[in-house]
Design a protein around this ligand. Sequence first.
Ligand SMILES: [Zn+2]
Length: 102
Amino acid sequence: MKSKKSPMRQCLGCRYLFPKNTLIRFVCRAGETLVLEELQKLPERGAYVCRSMSCIEYAFRGAKRVNTSLKVKLPVSVIEEFKQTVLEKEVIADEKTETANS
Ligand SMILES: [Zn+2]
């Protein structure tokens, strides 16, 4: 029996459940912008996504998933911009490829 159990949260991309502390958490601030929530202490409703490029791409494709999950109505432009931030900051090292010969 494990004495410490991390709560499970659902990835917005693949829809599987993962321990909360392995996922990227983000929240909507002031109803108009998205921010990464690295300390997991913001009071706003949060949503979660895997540290995987495919899940991030899927979760932030269009506005619907994020808006439904966070119960907000953000424009696609805000979500697209946030996706770039997440990809730059959070995607795991082995999915980062050198772009030298692209
Ligand atoms: Zn996922």
